[in-house]
Design a protein around this ligand. Structure first.
Ligand SMILES: CSC[C@@H](O)[C@@H](O)C(=O)COP(=O)(O)O
Length: 355
């Protein structure tokens, strides 16, 4: 791993060029903008696990690139042996984070390509996998722009929009999901202002959403997570829009911890609650949100901020990184293929099968 100079004109957190992958270290934003260079699948797995790269679509993109690094380094002449080794590479990448289904979706797509082309030479498989990883990266930006077009009409001119965590360019290849819808509304000429929850404990709202919206000159006001209810009660929030890490077949949505609280508050105040996510986030194999695996992270994220101790030594801590918002609290789910509301089960099935 090494560092390289930054390009701060367009927010694309992952660059896949010349057989290398460069990722902006999201743990250091907004204070430092440091790019790290990766060339092996083990390094990419570590970057996903330690949240150098985070956000559901972005970790799918990173995993696909990591899988290609692994493929590139497999030394065998036999396509079958190659595939056996490639499955082991994908298993290492899959073991990094459990909740965002985009990670598994991207790895399945890479494995599917290899498995359905076992009649080709190992060299051809390696070239094909590089193209597949590149396609996953490029398609993500296109999908987010389509999602923005599908969802922007839900945001009225002058809307004050609350968002939680970071579902922006940094969480994707570019443009973002929830923030992509906001960007599309701004590009359509609307005056939109954003209220960003800071999103304890990893502070994706304070560090990342605030950083990227400020960079794009979209008005943003930062609040602590526990202020959302007060602002809603004062009529200062017109709608909520968030991203998703996994959507079950019945429309239940796993997203960053605290999303469920915001959805309950929005219901109480009759404020529309929207979810923006690509089709790759929909997991029809799970009937409902109770089946979504929820990542528990190190308690140190709560007891400390970097090296600063915030809580008593030895305190018992829970740190679930995601929660599940039941579909009954969701006004609509925005995908690249359209906006779903009402009967999520049939709407999601139709949307997935439209691919
Ligand atoms: C477009 S990203 C949607 C979600 O992935 C995002 O809201 C989120 O929960 C990210 O969690 P993180 O733990 O930062 O990977």
């Amino acid at each position: 791993m090494s560092t390289c100079p930054i390009d701060d004109r367009v927010i694309r957190p992952i660059r896949f060029i010349a057989g290398q992958c460069q990722m902006i270290d999201q743990r250091l934003l907004p204070v430092e903008e440091v790019w790290l260079t990766y060339t092996t699948y083990q390094e990419v797995a570590e970057a996903i696990r330690t949240m150098v790269v985070r956000g559901a679509p972005a970790i799918g993109v990173a995993a696909a690139i990591g899988a290609w690094f692994g493929a590139r380094d497999i030394e065998t002449e036999s396509s079958w042996d190659f595939f056996q080794e490639f499955e082991k590479v994908c298993a290492v990448l899959a073991a990094t984070r459990p909740t965002a289904v985009n990670l598994f979706w991207a790895l399945e797509r890479m494995k599917h390509f290899a498995q359905s082309n076992l009649d080709r030479s190992v060299m051809e498989l390696k070239i094909g996998l590089e193209y597949e990883a590149l396609a996953i990266t490029q398609e993500d930006e296109k999908i987010n722009r389509q999602m923005g077009q599908q969802g922007e009409s839900l945001l009225a001119d002058g809307a004050r929009v609350l968002t939680h965590c970071n579902a922006g360019a940094l969480a994707t290849a570019a443009y973002g999901t929830a923030l992509g819808v906001i960007r599309a509304a701004v590009e359509a000429g609307k005056k939109i202002s954003v209220i960003a929850d800071e999103t304890r404990p990893f502070l994706q709202g304070a560090r990342l959403t605030a950083w990227e919206l400020q960079k794009d000159n979209i008005p943003v006001t930062l609040i602590c997570d526990n202020m959302a209810g007060y602002l809603m009660s004062q009529g200062e929030i017109d709608c909520v829009i968030v991203g998703a890490d996994r959507i079950a077949a019945n429309g239940d949505v796993a997203n960053k911890i605290g999303t469920y609280t915001v959805a309950v508050l929005a219901k109480e105040h009759n404020i529309p609650f929207y979810v923006a996510a690509p089709v790759s986030t929909i997991d029809l194999s799970l009937n409902d949100g109770t089946q979504i695996p929820i990542e528990e992270r190190d308690g140190r994220e709560i007891t400390h901020y970097k090296d600063l101790q915030l809580a008593p030594e030895g305190i018992t801590v829970r740190n679930p990184a995601f929660d599940v918002t039941p579909s009954r609290l969701i006004t609509a789910i925005i995908t690249e293929h359209g906006v779903i509301s009402g009967n999520y089960q049939s709407g999601l099935e139709k949307t997935v099968n439209q691919r």
